[in-house]
Structures are given as C-alpha cells and as structure tokens.
Ligand binder design. Structure first.
Ligand SMILES: Cc1ncc(COP(=O)(O)O)c(C=O)c1O
Length: 369
C-alpha cells in the first residue's frame, strides 16, 4: 500500500522570506493590531480583487455572521439551510434567533427558493442562505421573496471567495455577505474572515461593532464584540492574495482531471461547472448512490482512508441533527429529504493546489476499484 497521506486540503502559504520582511516591518512599527496599515491595505486590496464596495476584516468567519445579524437587528425567526457548516446556525443561536430549516436543491446543495415561502411566519425577519461549495444560490429568486415579505438576506459566503456570475461577484447579493479565511479555505489568513458591505455608513457601523462598539475614544454606540484581525495575519493575507489566482487555477486543473476520470462511473455523481459562473474550485464533492455503486458512502470513505486518502464527509451530519437543533419543528427528516440524502451520500475529495497527478490517480483509483 502506498503510505503517503493525501490530505483533503492543504493551506496556501506565503513565501516565508516575504512574510519575514513583513514581520520585520511590523516589529519596527510596533503596531500589531487595531486597524493598522496592513489591515487597511488588505481591506482595500480585497475589495478591489473581489469587486465589492467595502470589506471589513474579522478574526474568523463566524463572528461576521453573528455581527451581521446584530448590525441589521435581526430577531425572531430566520430561514436557513441545514446543509452547511454548523457555524451558520450557531450564529443565529448566539443572537437568540430561532432557526427555521428549509430543504435544499439536489442540483446545488443550496437552499431551495421554492420552499422558502411556506416557511415564512409573522416572526420571520431574514433569510440566511449559504453558497455551498462556492456554488451560487438562486440569488434573484431569494431576493424576490425577501422583497415581497420585507425580509433581509444575509449570505454565508464562507465558500464563495472570488465566485462570480457573468462577471458580477456573488458577494454583492443580499444585504450583507460574510467570508471565512480559515486555513482550509481557498484564500486563508490562518484564521480570519470578512464582511462584504455596500455603503460607507454600514462599513463604519460594522467597524464599531467588531471593536466593542467604540465609535470614538470615549463613545460606545452598541454592545459590540472584539473580532478584529491583527497586523500579522493581515500581512499574511496580502501576500496570499498575490498568489491566490494561481492557486485557483491549479485547483481548476485538479477539478478538470477529476471530472474527466469520474464521469460515467456507475453510482457516483459529480457536478460540472455552471455556464457563466467563475468557480473557485474550493471543494470537489462526489455523491455515492449505495445501490448503484454497490457500497455505501461510509464504506467508500473508510476504504479510502485505509489507503491514506483523506476525503471529508462535508456536510455530515446535518446541522438539524445536532442536539441543540434536533428538537426544532423544522428539523424533521420529512421536511428536509434532499438535505438528508445529500448528507448521507457526499464525500468531498482531496482538493488543493499541491495535488500531483499521482495523487489524483490514487484518489480516482480508490473510487473506481
Ligand atoms: C459555510 C461556513 N460558514 C461559516 C464558517 C465559519 O468560518 P470560520 O471557521 O472561519 O469561523 C465556515 C468554516 O468552515 C463555513 O464553511
């Protein structure tokens, strides 16, 4: 057996010498956090790269979700998806908001707009969809429903760094969008995240909220939190931004090879690129049909693990099955058949910028055999 481990992901790391130069500069300036020069530069550089009006940096991708809900004063019930990372729903819980789960579309893994309206009650104030695996949600349909019922839309866009539809960033959809720059993401700052904001006033308010609510030296305008990004990770981010296009292109090449090798395998479903969408190739999910493939998803997952090929059952288990949420009226399997099915069938294959052809062949052979 080939013992080399193939990991599900591998972090994009800046050149160590360049990073060292930044560290020397930061040490000389002795300004290590609180809206320093690297922080300001990264916010501007990201806004330009992502084609969005304003970016506010955060210390991870969970706190901008929590802060977005605070900023828009969202209360009551929020319609969301159970097919996500648990932080999406936790952000609602931390704001004392009741999550209402709506089923997903089998073709995208995203919340199904057709099922949103029937979940709206007088308590509903917002919709929180997720662009799962960076696959864009049905933005227009969701906005139309939000407009009809006077709801806000906050996107958990943790996976959607750089994703565009016909040249327009998906991050401009809804009222606010949030990103994660965790080490596992296409663009990382080790830990980190951001909020995408449309106007200067809101940007100012968000900047207060992520710094305890301070609007000036002596004025606290809201019960803010501390979720600022520091100078060291901002500098790391600036260096990574210079190489992220190359990393995405390398991921694209991996996706093309997986798509070619795995098309037509009985019982294995894959997704191809969507016309008009600029993908970021952050994940490569496959879906295992037990009957047709002759093996369960878990059996395949563990068989690959024995060969030192580490995929990830992402997202499994569904958020709605965790103890905090399973008692909710919307958590039942009957309400979420597509989400349960996808969670039972999915494996995200190893996907990153350092996968070699040999690695890809080993992954593919692990599935074909
Ligand atoms: C969809 C989604 N939302 C939120 C988060 C939370 O981001 P972070 O880990 O940076 O706090 C993640 C992280 O994996 C995620 O995948």
């Amino acid at each position: 057996m080939n013992k080399d481990i193939i990991t599900v992901t591998s972090p994009l790391l800046p050149d160590l010498n360049l990073f060292n130069e930044c560290l020397h500069d930061i040490w000389n300036k002795k300004w290590i956090t609180n809206n320093g020069s690297y922080h300001q530069l990264l916010e501007k550089a990201l806004a330009e790269y992502l084609k969005v009006p304003y970016v506010s940096l955060f210390t991870n991708g969970t706190l901008p979700l929590i802060t977005a809900l605070q900023a828009l004063r969202i209360t009551g019930e929020v319609i969301t998806t159970p097919y996500s990372f648990v932080a999406t729903t936790h952000a609602l819980w931390w704001n004392g908001i009741k999550p209402v789960f709506v089923d997903i579309e089998p073709e995208t893994g995203n919340i199904d707009p057709q099922k949103i309206e029937s979940a709206i009650t007088p308590m509903t104030t917002a919709i929180m969809p997720v662009h799962v695996y960076g696959q864009p949600c049905k933005i227009k349909e969701i906005q139309d429903i939000a407009d009809k019922y006077g709801l806000k839309v906050i996107y958990d866009a943790a996976h959607a760094f750089g994703v565009e539809i016909n040249g327009e960033s998906v991050l401009n959809a809804g009222e606010l969008s949030t990103l994660s720059f965790h080490a596992t993401k296409v663009f990382n700052t080790i830990e980190g995240g951001a909020m995408i904001i449309k106007d200067e006033n809101t940007k100012k308010r968000i900047d207060y909220l992520k710094n305890f609510g301070f609007a000036s030296e002596t004025e606290v305008v809201a019960p803010g939190i501390n979720s600022k990004m520091d100078e060291i990770r901002s500098a790391y981010g600036l260096l990574n931004l210079q190489q992220v296009d190359r990393a995405i292109e390398l991921r694209h090449q991996v996706a093309i090879k997986y798509q070619k090798a795995l098309t037509g395998i009985k019982g294995i479903k894959i997704w191809n690129d969507t016309p008009g969408v600029k993908h970021n190739y952050s994940y490569f999910p496959i879906f295992v049909d037990t009957k047709e493939y002759g093996m369960t998803r878990d059996d395949l997952y563990f068989k690959m693990k024995e060969q030192n090929i580490f995929g990830r059952r992402y997202f499994y288990p569904l958020i709605s099955t965790f103890s905090t949420y399973r008692g909710l009226p919307s958590s039942g399997r009957d309400n979420l058949p597509n989400a349960y099915k996808m969670a039972d069938e999915v494996i995200c294959l190893p996907m990153h910028h350092t996968l070699s052809d040999d690695d890809i062949n080993r992954v593919v052979n692990g599935i074909i055999k």
